[in-house]
Write a protein that binds this ligand. Structure first.
Ligand code: PLP
Length: 389
């Protein structure tokens, strides 16, 4: 088909093809005939029809994350929370019951507290570091257990073996939010997950410029049900964000290895500072779950370090303004090192008592360690702490 209309100038032909995956923002795809459209919708031929239902930029990214997780058929969503919603709302019905870890990502906790109950799905929380607290909240109608392997910001490690055993014995789906740990920290299927999600916004895309999620179910029927729900709700990922994530994923293993190396060093710098009350890093022998960390995390202990400074909010404000300290930016997984202060950001919705119960004080900072050159980064933090004290 050719003509003079705005859509009728043909794309130039090339005997060679681009090395870089193209960005394909087209919302709609042209088919030759109604028969061809039928063939496509019936699965006789393969092709795209309408971007909300799928597009090539989403598929190339999803397939890469599938490979990292050892999964098949995962989908991209417009954010990590869209992936959580696709699973929790796409796979439950009124009368079901969902259980979550008590230190889940704040918005996931909010979905369990406010949104699922409004739709007739009851919810309960348990302490995933102590699997004995799980049995007590399981009901006959429990459908899904949602856990994160490493908690934010206290970096406690869930007892994955015990939780997976209980879920399996009771026929409950184990849903793992693997954002913090990444598929290089642990492969969630190997830990017994039935469903995996990622906020691709974080380490996988890695540059704080794309908002995306990923979700996959081991069971193809559940995967179908979840993907159909995501299409119906329009939880679709933007092609441009997927294209950025594709570029980010190319360096993910390198970035992760460097960030883990840096994190281990920075944790030691913090531990040596008289201004610091305590440091939590799963790779350190003084971490409360250090033994479990060795079993669950595949040798790399992650890019997140949490520490408490002495002196409460006043000193927290002072540290944030200290020459050379990392920027206060409440996300994680960027190429540069950033800090977050949970009491004023991610955990501001909790009361002081609730925060203290999970180990967060006004002096708690969570550091997301980046890929900077190690020696310079160590010197930067050591100098900042020296200026601060
Ligand atoms: C950020 C995050 C989410 C939500 O992801 P968005 O892309 O921000 O919607 C979910 N779980 C964890 C552990 C996260 O860190």
């Amino acid at each position: 088909m050719s003509g003079t209309g705005p859509r009728q100038t043909p794309w130039p032909q090339s005997a060679s093809y681009p090395l870089v995956q193209p960005l394909q923002p087209s919302v709609v795809y042209v088919t030759e005939t109604p028969d061809a459209m039928d063939a496509q919708y019936e699965g006789v031929t393969e092709g795209y029809a309408y971007a909300r239902e799928g597009h090539p930029n989403a598929d190339v990214v999803a397939q890469q994350i599938d490979r990292l997780e050892g999964a098949k058929g995962g989908i991209m969503t417009g954010s990590g929370m869209a992936a959580v919603g696709a699973v929790l709302m796409g796979l439950t019905k009124s009368g079901d019951h969902v259980i979550g870890g008590n230190q889940l990502y704040g918005r996931s906790l909010r979905m369990l507290r406010d949104d699922l109950p409004r739709m007739g799905v009851a919810t309960d929380l348990f302490d995933p570091t102590d699997a004995s607290t799980l049995e007590g909240v399981i009901r006959p109608e429990t459908r899904i257990i949602l856990v994160e392997v490493v908690s934010n910001p206290t970096l406690r490690i869930s007892d994955m073996a015990a939780i997976a055993a209980i879920a399996k014995a009771r026929g409950i789906l184990l849903f793992v939010d693997n954002t913090f740990t990444t598929p290089l920290g642990c492969r969630a299927y190997d830990l017994g997950a039935d469903i995996i999600m990622h906020s691709v916004t974080k380490l996988l895309a890695g540059h704080s410029d794309a908002t995306l999620g990923y979700a996959v179910c081991k069971d193809p029927d559940l995967q179908d049900q979840m993907a159909t729900f995501a299409m119906t709700m329009g939880l679709t990922a933007s092609p441009f964000d997927c294209w950025l994530a594709d570029r980010g994923l190319a360096t993910f293993p390198l970035r992760y290895a460097q960030a883990c190396r840096n994190a281990a060093k920075l944790a030691d710098v913090l531990a040596d500072s008289p201004a610091v009350e305590c440091v939590l890093y799963p790779g350190r022998a003084d971490h409360p779950d250090h033994n479990r960390a060795s079993a669950v995390l595949s040798g790399q202990h992650g890019n997140m370090v949490t520490f408490d400074i002495k002196g409460g909010r006043e000193k927290a404000n002072a540290l944030s303004q200290t020459q050379g300290i990392f920027p206060l930016a409440p996300t994680l997984g960027d190429v540069s090192t950033t800090l977050s202060h949970p009491a004023s950001s991610s955990h501001r919705g909790l009361t002081d008592d609730q925060r203290h119960a999970i180990g967060i004080t006004e002096g708690t900072f969570r550091m997301s360690v980046g890929v900077e050159e190690t020696e310079g980064l160590v010197a930067q933090l050591a100098n900042a702490l020296a200026n601060f004290t």
